[in-house]
Design a protein around this ligand. Structure first.
Ligand SMILES: Cc1cc2nc3c(=O)[nH]c(=O)nc-3n(C[C@H](O)[C@H](O)[C@H](O)COP(=O)(O)O)c2cc1C
Length: 190
């Protein structure tokens, strides 16, 4: 079930650097692209930084509307993520082509992808110096959500299911998010 996460705690959804799907909606038309260069940069106010190529439709949509959603896909969405990162919404309706169903966001017009397990609804901070100097967009997280089957007590708890995030290495190579480790607990004796 999708449950609300306090935005100041939303950094916990993306702290481990998973690949993401960025959704936008401009002129009524939704779009999706893959993005791995997304990271939390502040907790209060909650903020994320993103690098989004200036030639992409996503960049154009974000500039036009000031809104986006960071969606966290699962490993069984690898083909959809790969295609979302190798096609442009200028050429094709990617959400429809990839069979990605959406629900409305609560604070932004950009949609949430239903089959994902984490969602950050964001509003662009305009004219940020990072954007001017380095092409890094900074956005405030205005609402966040997680699937409580795998995000419990403020932490990812993936277990052994396919319902886990993954990471982009390069090209078509990815790594699934692995075992959770806790510091401060004694290693078992062998
Ligand atoms: C796994 C993966 C991760 C990607 N990460 C980024 C990224 O962080 N930033 C970026 O600008 N492009 C990234 N891309 C490329 C964009 O997704 C790609 O340019 C896309 O076609 C843009 O789509 P659009 O024109 O519909 O917005 C990535 C591609 C893949 C396959």
């Amino acid at each position: 079930m999708r449950v609300a996460i306090e935005p100041t705690r939303s950094y916990r959804l993306v702290n481990h650097g998973p690949v993401t799907l960025i959704t936008t909606r401009s002129g009524g038309k939704p779009n999706v692209m893959a993005a791995s260069w997304v990271m939390p940069v502040d907790t209060d106010p909650p903020r994320v930084a993103l690098v989004i190529g200036s030639d992409s439709l996503t960049f154009e949509n974000v500039m036009a509307t000031g809104e986006l959603v960071v969606n966290l896909p699962t490993v069984d969405m690898i083909e959809q993520v790969h295609e979302a990162g190798n096609l442009s919404g200028r050429e094709v309706d990617k959400l429809q082509r990839l069979g990605l169903r959406t629900v409305d966001g609560s604070r932004v017009a950009a949609p949430l992808i239903e089959s994902c397990i984490g969602w950050l609804e964001c509003k662009l901070i305009r004219d940020d110096s990072m954007q001017k100097e380095h092409g890094v967009l900074v956005a405030e997280v205005v609402a966040a959500w997680a699937d409580d089957e795998v995000f419990r007590d403020g932490k990812w708890a993936f277990g052994s299911t396919q319902k886990r995030t993954f990471h982009h290495v390069s090209g078509s190579t990815f790594l699934a998010t692995g075992e959770r480790l806790e510091a401060g607990t004694k290693a078992p004796r062998r």
